[in-house]
Every structure is written in structure tokens, then in C-alpha cells.
Design a binder for this molecule. Structure first.
Ligand SMILES: [Zn+2]
Length: 433
């Protein structure tokens, strides 16, 4: 299938000055073959997308979330993390059936597509259901089975969660034309005993895959880790061998200089979740110091129960604002830096920087098209600043993943939205009433 996008403003994210005006993008099947200011020669498109008054940017990458948690949106709010998690979230999650996770994933994916997200990194359970939703909708995803173990004398060869994650990898890594990647998902240092984390690290090595984990989200996590093991969570995980695998580290709010050096030396990518960190009162990730050290910082929404939405434009906006306010430094996290976190750096974090995150020939055609013909985009002095500071999720009009149109002018092509909402209401009634 040949697809042509014409007359569009193209924010390539290759570098800040590389914005193409009145440009063309040619797509053959799943890949971009041409980006430029003139019509590509000898290109016969079967599908033409009109780009006048539209900006095309690389599909946004939500580098840390728990998609099915949309079911728990606005169910438990305004609580500290540990109370929220252990007293509210974990008990209600025990009532979830596999099918609930499927419909919740469909709802979460609909919401993500609406905000221009083309790829997400997820950690949850009943992951085969998330895989099914990813496969059916056509979105791209990095999935891991959330792993927990509180028992010091567990048997790794019989651990249900670990076996499920391994099976998930064997069944699905690289499937759906490479759209699905499987990592291991040890939840955190406070939900996994050390021997268990060591086994996870070994399994990651054996499978040749990466790890997705929460690190130093709250002060309480750090204090308990220091009391129990005499080390910070970063040091503890490093000593257990976790960082030998390609690691996505969500949060890293409370990290020391030494922790940051360890993260940098081990190429660990940090996922900044400003919305969730603010809402749970966890604190602010030290973005300034991390950037100075050259740590890769991606951006995430976290789950919709601690956000309470999966809107990447909101996270981009927060990422660009929060550090300026906290550090009293308006030059920090410029508009372009915030967009980079949501695209280029997200792709690096997920280990797919050669596939997505930039618009150029050879890359996968994962694209988000935003309608600029709205009052809040005029006058159009600077499209990058407009995207970081003025854009809303509702401005996203069309989304492509792997060259396939998943949403066109606000209409889903692969999802029956009425069916999803019907099922969500039914599930919600059963679980909460
Ligand atoms: Zn999380």
C-alpha cells in the first residue's frame, strides 16, 4: 500500500530546525520512503492524506503506563501512594477477570490514540489480553508481566508470574510485524525480594530482553530500602544485576548523585511521569541534573488511576513547565526538549530508536497528525512551541502506526468504540457494585 501525506508541516524531530513546510511524506507499506518539500517522483499513492493546516509529528511514545488501570479511573484519589496502592488498588484488582483486562486495554488504547500515542510501554497482569488488544487495534507496544514476590523462600521454577512473563516473551516478542516487544516487569524493590530480582535479571539475560521497573518513586520506598538493605533502590538493583539488561526505570524521583551516575553508566532510561508524581505527591524527578549527566529521559502517563488520563500532550506540557517552576529557571526543558522526551527519547528507552521516534526515510510510519486550524494555534509563530504549550489531545485528528491508519479525522478504524464502552460499563457495574 502506498500512502502520501501532502501539503503538511512536518516536525521531523531529527533536529530542532528540521521542520518541513508544505511538505510531503511517502509511505510504502509500513515504512517512510520519502520526506521533502516537493512531490516524490514516480510515486503512485493509493491513499492520499491532505495535510493543509495540519502538522505531522512522530507518533508519541508513552514510555510508562498500566493501560488496563483505566478501569480504576477516579476510583481512589487524593491518597498517598502506599495507601492508595495497598489498600485500594491491589484489593480491587483481585476482582479483575482476564476479559476485563481486554476491554480495559481497548478503552485505554482508544484514549491513547486520541492523544496521538502510537506506542506504549505497559506493565500489568493478564498480559495476553493486552497483547490481544494491541494486536487488534494495530498500535505498537512494549509489554511486561508485572512481577511481585514477597516470599524469601520462593522457587523460581514454580513462580507463576515469572513463568507467565517468560511464556509471554516466547509467544509474542516480535509478533504483529514487530509491533509487540516483551520485557520483564519486576514491579519495584518494595514488592520483590532480592533473590527474586536476581532471578529476574538472570532470566532477562537468558532471553536477551529488557526490564521495565519502578524505581525511587517515593521517599518511603527509599527509606525502607535503606533500612532493609543499607542501600538506595538504584544501588540495590545495580548490585542485583538488574541493569545488565536494557532497563526502563519509571519515576526515579528520589535519586542521589551517585544513583544518577549509576543510571548513566548503565544506560538506564528514566521515565518521567510528572502528572502521576504530582497527583500522588511523590515529588519531582530531578530532570535538570539528569539532563546535565546525559541520562535519557522519556515521558509517561503512568496508569489512569494516578493521573487520571492517558494524555501525552498534558505530560509534554507538564514536563516543559514543572522544572521551570521548581528550579526557578525558565530556560529549562524547552518546548523542543519536552517533545523529544515524548518521541526520540521514548524510542531510545524502549530500545526501538532505529524504528520510530523520528520522521525520515527508512523509519516505520508511526505518525500523529494534529489539526492546526484552531483558535489556540494562531498566529503560527512557532509550531514546536505550539505543540508543547498550546496543543490539546483533542487536536489530534489522524494517527498511523506501521503505515496503517488507525484513526482518521477522529474516527477509529480498528475499534468499535460503542462496543468497548458498553463492555466497560458492564464490567464496572460487576466490579464496583
Ligand atoms: Zn507505574
Amino acid at each position: 500500500m502506498n500512502t502520501l501525506i501532502k501539503n503538511a508541516t512536518i516536525v521531523t524531530m531529527e533536529d530542532e530546525n528540521k521542520v518541513v513546510h508544505n511538505g510531503y511524506i511517502a509511505i510504502v507499506d509500513d515504512r517512510i520512503t520519502y520526506v521533502g518539500e516537493t512531490l516524490p517522483e514516480d510515486f503512485l499513492p493509493q491513499v492520499i492524506i491532505e495535510g493543509r493546516d495540519r502538522v505531522v509529528l512522530p507518533g508519541l511514545i508513552n514510555a510508562h503506563t498500566h493501560t488496563p488501570m483505566v478501569l480504576l479511573r477516579s476510583y481512589a484519589d487524593d491518597l498517598p501512594l502506599q495507601e492508595w496502592l495497598f489498600e485500594k488498588i491491589f484489593p480491587i484488582e483481585d476482582k479483575f477477570a482476564a476479559e476485563d483486562v481486554y476491554w480495559a486495554s481497548m478503552l485505554g488504547i482508544m484514549e491513547m490514540l486520541r492523544s496521538g500515542i502510537t506506542c506504549f510501554a505497559d506493565m500489568y497482569f493478564f498480559m495476553d489480553e493486552v497483547v490481544k488488544a494491541v494486536s487488534r487495534t494495530g498500535i505498537r507496544a512494549n509489554l511486561s508481566r508485572g512481577l511481585q514476590c514477597f516470599e524469601p523462600d520462593f522457587n523460581p521454577t514454580e513462580d507463576r508470574r515469572l513463568l507467565e512473563n517468560e511464556q509471554l516473551f516466547k509467544d509474542w516478542d516480535g509478533e504483529s510485524n514487530g509491533r509487540i516487544r516483551i520485557f520483564l516487569g519486576p514491579h519495584s524493590v518494595y514488592t520483590c525480594v532480592p533473590d527474586y530480582l536476581e532471578d529476574v535479571a538472570e532470566l532477562a539475560q537468558k532471553l536477551g530482553t529488557g526490564i521495565h521497573i519502578h524505581i525511587s518513586e517515593t521517599l518511603k520506598e527509599n527509606q525502607e530500602c535503606l533500612e532493609k538493605y543499607g542501600k538506595t533502590p538504584v544501588r540495590h538493583l545495580y548490585d542485583l544485576g538488574i541493569f545488565k539488561a536494557h532497563t526502563i526505570a519509571a519515576h526515579c524521583v528520589h535519586v542521589s548523585e551517585e544513583d544518577m551516575d549509576i543510571l548513566k553508566e548503565n544506560d538506564v532510561s528514566v521515565v518521567y511521569n510528572p502528572g502521576s508524581n504530582l497527583k500522588l505527591g511523590s515529588g519531582i524527578t530531578p530532570v535538570r541534573n539528569m539532563l546535565a549527566k546525559g541520562i535519557n529521559i522519556a515521558l509517561g502517563t503512568d496508569g489512569a488511576s494516578s493521573n487520571n488520563n492517558l494524555n501525552m500532550f498534558e505530560e509534554i506540557h507538564l514536563a516543559a513547565l514543572v522544572s521551570k517552576g521548581v528550579e526557578k529557571e525558565p530556560t529549562l526543558v524547552k518546548a523542543y526538549d519536552a517533545l523529544k522526551m515524548a518521541t526520540v527519547h521514548g524510542a531510545m528507552a524502549l530500545g526501538i530508536k532505529h524504528e520510530v521516534g523520528i520522521i525520515k526515510p527508512g523509519m516505520k510510519a508511526d505518525l500523529t497528525i494534529v489539526n492546526l486550524n484552531k483558535p489556540h494555534f494562531y498566529p503560527q509563530h512557532n509550531v514546536i512551541a505550539n505543540l508543547a504549550y498550546s496543543a490539546q489531545a483533542a487536536d489530534v485528528e489522524t494517527v498511523l502506526v506501521d503505515g496503517r491508519i488507525l484513526m482518521e479525522k477522529g474516527e477509529f478504524k480498528t475499534v468499535d468504540d460503542e462496543e468497548v464502552i458498553y463492555n466497560i460499563n458492564k464490567i464496572s457495574k460487576r466490579i464496583f457494585e
